[in-house]
Ligand binder design. Structure first.
Ligand SMILES: [Zn+2]
Length: 86
């Protein structure tokens, strides 16, 4: 059985859908029943799922050029997210 810290570390360090199926099942089971980290990590998994669906949709049906972020804006957002994560 996974511990809360192992689940949180796995979700924080990688996209869980890239993990092996066995590990994903373990994470899902832990998050479904854990009263300590479940609510937060369920939200984190939902966030990662949303991101994955958005990226998939963006590749299949890209937004018009005037709706896309400029490369400069994209870099600034990435830098801000990295600063907040560390
Ligand atoms: Zn937990």
């Amino acid at each position: 059985m996974l511990r809360c810290k192992q689940v949180s570390d796995a979700l924080a360090s990688s996209k869980y859908w890239d993990l092996p199926l066995r590990k994903r099942i373990g994470l899902r089971l832990h998050v479904a029943f854990c009263l300590v980290c479940g609510p937060f990590n369920r939200f984190l998994m939902l966030w990662q799922d949303s991101t994955r669906h958005y990226l998939k949709h963006e590749q299949e049906d890209p937004p018009p050029p005037d709706m896309k972020l400029s490369e400069d804006a994209r870099k600034r957002m990435c830098e801000t997210l990295r600063k907040e994560k560390s």
